[in-house]
Design a protein around this ligand. Structure first.
Ligand SMILES: [Fe+2]
Length: 389
């Protein structure tokens, strides 16, 4: 397909997260992640919108968090009627809102309103949203011209409480979503948004050596992934679907059950120094998904086999912090680690299955596919050691 004219996305600027407990999110972002709380809804806006919101920022990462208040209908309450806590909206900054609207509508996008203009302090904030094949997640496009606040209805806090981004978060590297079938979303991204396929991988238990396939199936390893990219802005979406024959046991199917639908599974945040960031976050009590020790026993051999060779980092330190490594060429790799999902973190299913990834790229443009297999092989090894499997 010839490349479509760009809708003019500049960047993915924010996640809008709908939650039952804004205070808990506030503690997580400001005290643990060292984000600054930069704006909140006023009591008047809360009463009018039936939701209370707060904006948390670190580097170019923005997370807007909203909790329903009272009994009125709000965006947050509509989402939470159907789902546990989750990302119900992605916000994109665009160059020209009218161009984005016209192109999206021409190509079959479904705006939920006309372009809405909010004026304040001599500036304008113009926006519209569209429905998407990402479950109940809306995509919202915004254009600002001298608008004084980050978003209408939010009042900037003169002295933002919370952090100063001591962990060095940069921007949202990619957003990963799970679907029972991803093709409608891939086609929509291609034909409506004008994105292109960037990367593809299939991972299955049959890829794993040894004779533990049945045991591995219990861990739900079958999945297929396609990454779509906006050639104009470089914004990337990774997309997963379950893969036969263990479809029901796939982690993607399990996610779908937990969220009660398709939707956004994780967002990856870039950092400049993942070792320092992970060490600091652990000291503050942030919990990460565990990595088996056997992953690191096999790492030197894997670095050899994949041609990555020597790392700048000390392997013992990576092992202590449980940071993962992937890549495909000499000296070109990425380092990544995944936080525990909210439901696991809070011991509460209604906190939802969303989680953050932290990523430091050192020349590798991938998404850590090599770690899928390495992690499953490590689990298998642990099972052997424990006499299971
Ligand atoms: Fe990721």
């Amino acid at each position: 397909m010839p490349r479509l004219p760009p809708i003019g996305i500049r960047r993915l600027e924010a996640l809008h997260y709908y939650v039952h407990d804004l205070e808990r999110s506030r503690r997580f972002y400001t005290r643990m992640m060292d984000f600054a709380e930069t704006a909140t809804t006023s009591p008047e806006h809360e009463a009018a919108l039936h939701q209370r919101s707060a904006l948390f920022e670190a580097g170019d990462v923005r997370v807007l968090v909203s909790q329903p208040t009272g009994t009125g209908t709000s965006d947050a309450s509509l989402f939470l009627r159907k789902h546990p806590d989750g990302v119900g909206m992605l916000v994109f900054e665009v160059e020209e809102i009218e161009t984005a609207f016209r192109l999206l509508e021409e190509r079959g996008g479904t705006p939920t309103t006309d372009v809405v203009t909010v004026r304040d302090g001599g500036g304008t904030f113009r926006t519209f949203g569209i429905t998407t094949p990402f479950g109940d997640t809306e995509f919202r496009f915004v254009e600002r011209r001298g608008f004084p606040a980050p978003y209408p209805y939010l009042e900037p806090l003169p002295a933002p409480p919370g952090g100063s981004n001591r962990f060095g978060f940069g921007h949202i590297d990619h957003v990963t979503s799970n679907f029972l079938t991803m093709k409608p979303a891939l086609l929509w991204m291609e034909h409506v948004l004008g994105f292109e396929e960037f990367w593809e991988v299939q991972f299955h238990t049959s890829d794993v050596g040894g004779e533990r396939k049945a045991a591995m199936a219990a861990h739900g390893s079958g999945l297929r992934s396609v990454v779509m990219r906006d050639p104009h802005s470089g914004v990337k979406f990774a997309n997963n679907e379950p893969w036969r024959p263990d479809f029901q046991a796939s982690q993607i199917q399990l996610f779908h059950e937990d969220l009660r639908g398709d939707g956004i599974q994780h967002a990856a945040l870039t950092v400049k120094d993942i070792l320092a960031a992970t060490r600091g976050l652990r000291e503050r009590g942030v919990e990460f998904m565990p990595t088996p020790a056997s992953y690191y026993e096999r790492l030197p051999e894997r670095l050899e086999r994949t041609g990555i060779g020597e790392l700048d980092e000390d392997l013992a330190e990576l092992r202590d912090l449980e940071i993962l490594v992937d890549g495909a060429g000499k000296g070109s790799y990425l380092l990544q680690i995944f936080l525990r999902d909210s439901a696991g973190l809070y011991g509460e299913p209604e906190a939802g299955p969303f989680f953050f990834e932290i990523i430091q790229r050192k020349g590798d443009p991938g998404f850590g596919a090599g770690n899928f297999r390495a992690l499953f092989e490590s689990i298998e090894r642990e099972q052997d050691r424990e006499g299971r499997g």
